[in-house]
Design a protein around this ligand. Sequence first.
Ligand code: KG4
Ligand code: ZN
Length: 342
Amino acid sequence: MLLAIETSCDDTSVALLDEGGVVRGLISQNQDSSHGTFGGIVPEIAGRDHSARLLPEIDQLLKKCSLSLNTISAVAVTSEPGLLGSLLVGVITAKALAISLGVPLISVNHLEGHLFAGFLKDDLYSPPQDFGFPFLALTVSGGHTSLIEVQDVGKYKVIGETLDDAAGEAFDKFAKMVGLGFPGGQKVDELAKSGRPSAYSFPRGLKSSDDFNFSFSGLKSAAFRELQARSPEEIKARLNDYCASYQESIVDSLIEKLSLASKKLGHSRVVVTGGVSANSRLRVRSEEWAKKEGVRLLVPPLRYCTDNAAMIGWVGLQKLKRGEIADHTLAPSPHSRIEFEN
Ligand code: KG4
Ligand code: ZN
């Protein structure tokens, strides 16, 4: 049984996966209540919260799965990229466990985890058997918005990125502007369900550029200007329309560049993943697009979209099979150290 640990940002998450990649248990706790009042993640608080929660969470997971520590045969941990103080808690705990249990330690890149979240298996979900390599991945989270060609586990080529904010950041900043708190992507999604996407015409960043990059700063400024011109009562009365229109601009930009890249580079398999892939509108629009274009689409189940240790475990298992074991000098890094050849 492989134990996976994810503490790169503000979610403390642990998972147990068997050798076949089936998730036997997953527990995740977010820290929204600790950071909400500050309107964003406070790194010191994130690290402290992880250190208070991680060991009790591992105990809880083992109990839930009726397993004991000595059934763990490997420990995989997110070591990059992320908040250094948060990563440290996971890495130090993983090292201590691996050393004391005498089992292999595996270092996993958080973005690699997101890329393969749709390949996890559990009692309720199995990925399509014939969805293989290569594929094109749209990775959309709070910290990243990238288009990546995936040739194999460990073989990636970034072909497009955001030039400014990540898509999740654009959702969160808007949510903050309209008083929905932090992080607000999910709340915007909920309110948008009863709003009109065409009520306001917000800009689509880099719409006519011929590359695969994204930009959301113009959208954010346009929304700010629009909201500044309105009273709090007006904003409240039109909140659903604002959310739907703002969300539509983000989703349009994502689908447009995904479509351009898959056509130009000839990809017939596409993955949409990361926290923002939980967005209901993005899920529907990606499905519609894939159906129209005859593209195979893989989007992880909701529980594997946002940060979770199960996806770290999946990559950990592949690395274990290849003998890619970390030694006890493993240290976390705020940046990606693996090759995302540009
Ligand atoms: O992947 P993730 O959990 O953490 C990072 O690696 O960044 O992504 C978190 C991001 C946040 O910005 C959050 O607002 C956004 O994903 N998010 C959503 C939804 N659920 C989470 N954005 C839009 N709609 C959602 N339903
Ligand atoms: Zn993430």
